[in-house]
Design a protein around this ligand. Sequence first.
Ligand code: UGA
Length: 405
Amino acid sequence: MKIGVVGLGYIGSVTAAVLASARNKVVGIEIDKTRLDSFKSGEPPIYEPGLKEILSKNKKNIKFSSDFSELDGSDVVFLTVPTPTVNGKIDLQYIFSAAESVQKAVTDAVVVIKSTVVPGTAKEVHKRTGLTIVSNPEFTREGTAIEDTRRPNRVIIGATDKKAVDIVDRVWAFTKAPVIKTTNENAEMIKYASNAFLATKISFINEIANLCERIPGCDVEVIAKGMGLDQRIAPYFLKAGIGFGGSCFPKDTAALASFARENGETMSIIESAIKVNDERLERVLKLLKEGAGGSLVHKKVGILGVTFKENTDDVRGSQIVKLIKMLRAETATVGFYDPKAKIELDGVYRFPTKERCVEDSDIVLVATEWPEFKNLKITNKPVVDAKRILNPRNFKSFKAVGLYT
Ligand code: UGA
């Protein structure tokens, strides 16, 4: 098929690459010139494991452009543009403007909304443009996005037009995943409900972690393991830590809560999950203060990892970046090491290696699950593990979320 992908962020670029590797002819549309040039030169502007390689291997099947008229003749066009929240409410302007540009460029392509949008959006886009809209949310995680796109747990296809549903079904047939064909609104809601549920699972275990820190003999890691072996609970998304960050969970939980309020309902569980998450930073700050002997005033805090999770360069919605601001307000001096983070922070030194970061700090905080941090051994200064990846036996002074010490 000829497939267009509009918006080459983390999701769009992976969607384009995977569909090109599934032997489709793909046109990736990106309006930011610098980003576009990076894709054209074979150096994607984002780090996602395997992305550069798969793009280079399939370059004959993929073309990058800022010109929407290149979409002419497409069977399917995916919209993978951002849907940010403004004051906690979803902002759909990029969806509407991308759909309008696509409408001018194509004759009878099926347009697929892959971005996360509140229920009713597909209908509204159809009303504004007359386009046939299919809702096909994605469930990929940054860091494992290629594998998640190639082998998803399920494919959700929401639309009223049967022919359009069949085309999108054919696009993803190579994944061999179970398919649910439903209404646009159900598809849109499945995405929000899934992200909100996963975020709630994280806040739930983080709240158990808070209690564990007060009860001698308790360790949230062991508790999560014991819970996760129950097949009804499952072990995933039960890792206590610094709270969920990134470009999805914080914005999607806020957007769903606000969408619910507009529709006369209060999502108490989701609102509590957001509150518990917001409080994570104070909790980690408290552990750091305790680890530093009561105060962080003029202390040098070395942070290992600032991305919102491991295996990405993405710092959007990173809890750690927020924590750094709080630490500086405490007059601590902050330095960090991260193997990939795309960030520069005013007044915060970036160390070239983890060893230097540890050496030049009074106290060390491990804040992202990068594999290279797992075997750390530090015996001459306090260490706080905000991601529960370290072996407590490798440290003399050790504090961790969810561990009584
Ligand atoms: C999330 C969802 O997992 C994907 O299914 C979804 O497609 C995506 O959002 C999206 O809507 O686009 P992502 O944000 O890339 O994916 O990353 P996750 O692996 O879900 O992690 C989100 C945050 O939760 C990270 O800060 C991570 O460190 C944290 N987390 C995750 C925990 O604190 N504990 C866990 O057990 C799992």
